[in-house]
Design a protein around this ligand. Sequence first.
Ligand code: AMP
Length: 280
Amino acid sequence: MLLIKKAGQLFSHLNAEKKLGKRIGFVPTMGALHAGHLSLIVQSGQENDLTVCSIFVNPTQFNNADDFNFYPVTIEKDIEQLVSSGCDILFLPPVAEIYPPGHTKKNYPLGQIENMLEGYYRPGHFQGVAQVVERLLEIVQPDRLYLGQKDYQQCMVIKKLIQILDKESEIQLIPGETVREADGLAMSSRNLRLNETNRKAASAIFETLRFIKEQLPNQSLEGLKEESRARLEEKGFIVDYVELADADTLESATDTNRRLIALIAASINGIRLIDNQLLN
Ligand code: AMP
């Protein structure tokens, strides 16, 4: 595996490979890699000639200083895992390679999705995501971009960004299924910060999603949301939202005659976790 830290060097290297007809798959990450990230690397390896993974903890997408400062860094282990998953190139840029002096922040017209759910609870988050992803796409120029459905709203935002950048014919967005721990907890770099008690309680998020799916035919949407919230609070969570939404727009659903998704964001001991599940 090649390790490249300079944007210009990666760009030239990949440009030469593209001219030889190589297909490039790209998996952007913030590191502290786990089996969820690696499933995207493996899928990209199967579908492309070259797989590039980036590890960059993007400061512009954090709205909470503690979340940024305590974001786990496990770079040596990450490198080992990338090598054994067949990654070809790791892009590990310092901040100045992504945001060189003079780089200005745009305002991306992401539409209403920007301010719903995650956008509401993390103001500015999706503008920061769009900013880093535009820059990474410019450097990597991938044919396929692999993103996890665990961050369902982020997938929608990046789909919109690709439209805004007019790159729909060049870049195919491939959503990957959420990889879970044995008890159902969605794998996340932030899980490393959970203590033993919190870790046990954290399975309640997946259990609540399962409860929603089972109870959907029997209960009102509002009743289900309320009961789900209460279940999480009972386990010690502070709940930002339990939402039952239209899976195509993320607007709050009023009936079940559409494709629905349940989305949860909740914190335990200050560690904020998100998860979702398609319902029908
Ligand atoms: P992150 O490092 O958290 O920014 O995530 C990098 C990519 O991995 C994003 O596209 C995530 O949606 C994806 N990802 C994170 N957790 C999982 C998971 N448990 N299963 C599948 N993909 C994931």
